[in-house]
Design a binder for this molecule. Structure first.
Ligand code: GLN
Length: 631
């Protein structure tokens, strides 16, 4: 995790400028506007809030909420005070986007409607603030330099020597300005406030150019329009639980060496940060004591906006950014408080296994976790996640480490439901196929997402259609490297095949990405109501986000249908399979989607496939479908 972040707020851009409304209609139409058109929207005064987190990787006692949630919570507080909020994440790495990055290192790659493959913090913002962001809302060093180099090649710099200062720093500032205007909450016109988070570390070579851009930016927009919040870790040490202020002091010192001084310091700690600790930070960090706030561990993340409100963060921002005219004095957190407290009160548990490949880092499946959480809130159950490394279920582990193998299978037996999430590469695929076989035969509720659905199809081909050894072209691909064997391999029948339109040579940004329509069959081949149709409440077209290179082999669809695996969701051409399910008479919940429904799940609007899984796993699905009038 990055150990510092910066977040920026722009308020009331709307009232300060008159941009053509055609540019500000809906997010979708704005995304179609050529990038250069948006460049025109630059010169206006705005407000700006920056947040930094200054401590290397958060210790294990902070597994469930970090700076992304803290920043999203600030956004929620402002939203509940009547402001329209947007957000930007800055990642100081050279990759153009997160698409080519390993989930092991950076956590999941979050996918946006426009197909942007971005940092997982954008997922936090979308969920917490009910936004629909675009790829431009994730700025990376790679993207900025790319833009500057393109401009240089076009001759935009009129013969000047192109330099980090001012050309790169200007590009960063212009980019922030452009993006801040895009409406992202479904309403017309630009938002009031923009939150910008900078990943990286104060003092890093990587992030220094962004800090310099922000230093300049405070003068471009004016100090009254710029508020810097520093989120810093306050570790608790020793048996007496002493709260240490040194990391915060150090972080602020580093920040001040680059010309930035925090207006508010947010102390992330396991326990409530004591008054004496806050006073000490205030003295050493050049910030009034009332501006040093505690963001401590709470029973669930929905409490974070509430603890910020208790410490009057909204009041501080309202005053500093002169928002009196547009922001209510107190936030309306009634519904949010109800959500936070209800989550604490669930007594009945639902246990779900995630059978994956990156189970060592739970952030690799962050959106899946969140979607399960949202669905379990709707199902009024306390969620327990059991991680299962797919390869632990395989024959090889049985031979090499029987205890590990037994332990993994014990978890599969004991849970109420299973998710086989998306993934890439061969490792663990056989374990996933075995999981699907187990769940299918034992009637255990199971949801397959993307690779998970592909695995459901492979399992059916192998074990129901008797096509021994059939696989996905993705995992058979290795043999294709070598001469004759390769030629044979290409003729081999695969259950899942490369999509014809996909570029096989270039990895970055070349998958089938983003929101696309799925046509849902409300009745299956036997004229029975489909689970998909019922879960999506009778919608015949649903838009969900995609990220894949392979698809179910269309040649096999007929035989699979006859064998009882129903393809009840297809793309607009009706040739690409999007949803599979078994009849509910055959299995209580066996459901797979080629798309990733987890990306559009929201705390109070759970994703239908995940809701279906949780309800089935907790024995509530028949009732739910009946109540919905579908049965
Ligand atoms: N590797 C598979 C594909 O590219 C599945 C991708 C995924 O699960 N996101 O189609």
């Amino acid at each position: 995790m990055p150990w510092f972040t910066i977040q920026i707020l722009f308020p009331q851009a709307a009232k300060l400028l008159s941009i053509p409304l055609s540019l500000a209609s809906t997010t979708l139409s704005l995304q179609r506007i050529p990038w250069d058109t948006i460049t025109a929207l630059t010169f206006f005064p705005f407000l700006f809030l920056a947040i930094c987190l200054s401590y290397p990787s958060l210790p294990p006692s902070f597994p469930y909420y970090t700076q992304g949630i803290t920043i999203s919570s600030i956004g929620r507080l402002l939203k509940q005070s009547g402001l329209r909020v947007t957000s930007i994440k800055i990642d100081p790495y050279l990759n153009t986007d997160a698409g080519t990055m390993s989930p092991f290192e950076h956590g999941e790659v979050f996918v946006l409607n426009d197909g942007g493959e971005v940092d997982l913090d954008l997922g936090n913002y979308e969920r917490f603030l009910s936004l629909t962001l675009s790829k431009h809302h994730n700025i990376t060093t790679g993207k900025v330099y790319n833009e500057v180099i393109l401009r240089e090649r076009r001759g935009d710099y009129l013969g000047k020597t192109v330099q980090v200062v001012p050309h790169v720093t200007d590009e960063i500032q212009n980019w922030i300005e452009r993006v801040a205007f895009l409406p992202v909450d479904g309403s017309e016109g630009p938002p009031d406030v923009c939150l910008v988070e900078v990943g990286g570390t104060v003092g890093d070579i990587e992030s220094s150019v962004f800090l310099e851009a922000l230093r300049q930016f405070q003068f471009r927009v004016g100090r009254e329009n710029f508020c810097l919040l520093f989120v810093s870790l306050v570790p608790v040490l020793g048996s007496v639980g002493e709260q240490k202020t040194k990391p915060t002091q150090h972080g602020v010192k580093e920040l001040r060496t680059v010309g930035l001084s925090p207006d508010v310091i947010i102390c992330r700690s396991s326990n409530r940060v004591e008054l004496s600790t806050r006073e000490k930070i205030s003295v050493f960090c050049h910030c009034p004591p009332s501006h040093v706030l505690s963001v401590h561990d709470v029973s669930n993340i929905y409490h974070v906006p509430i603890i910020l409100a208790e410490q009057n963060l909204h009041g501080l921002l309202r005053k500093h950014l002169q928002l009196e005219a547009v922001m209510t004095p107190e936030p309306d957190l009634a519904r949010w408080t109800e959500l936070a407290t209800s989550v604490d009160l669930f007594t009945e548990e639902v246990k779900i296994a995630i059978v994956g490949k990156y189970t060592g880092l739970s952030d690799s499946y962050l959106s899946v976790l969140k979607a399960l959480k949202h669905a379990s809130i709707a199902g009024k159950r306390a969620l327990e996640i059991c991680w299962v490394e797919a390869s632990d279920l395989e024959e090889e582990t049985e031979k090499g480490d029987k205890e590990k193998w037994l332990a993994a299978w014990k978890v599969i037996e004991e849970v109420d439901g299973i998710v086989v999430p998306g993934g890439f590469g061969t490792r663990g695929v056989e374990g996933k196929i075995l999981t699907v076989e187990y769940a299918r035969k034992r009637g255990k509720p199971i949801l397959g997402v993307c690779l998970g659905m592909q695995v459901m199809v492979i399992e059916h081909c192998r074990n129901v259609l008797g096509m021994k050894g059939i696989n996905s072209e993705e995992f058979a691909a290795k043999a294709e490297d070598g001469g004759k064997e390769g030629e044979q391999q290409q003729k081999q029948l695969h259950a899942v095949v490369f999509m014809p339109e996909i570029n096989q040579a270039v990895m970055g940004g070349t998958m089938r990405l983003g929101a696309r329509p799925t046509h849902v069959s409300l009745r299956n081949a036997k004229k029975e109501l489909t689970l998909a149709g019922q879960l999506y409440k009778g919608s015949e077209e649903v838009w969900e986000r995609h990220r894949h290179r392979y698809e179910v082999n269309p040649e096999l669809v007929g035989s699979l249908e006859e064998a009882g695996l129903h393809f009840v969701g297809k793309d607009e051409t009706k040739t690409r399979m999007e949803i599979v399910e078994l009849d509910r008479g055959v299995h209580p919940f066996f459901f797979g989607t080629q798309y990733h429904p987890e990306f559009q799940s929201r705390p109070l609007e759970p994703s239908p496939p995940f809701l279906g899984l949780i309800l089935a796993a907790s024995g509530q699905l028949p009732e739910y479908l009946k109540a919905a009038g579908a049965n």
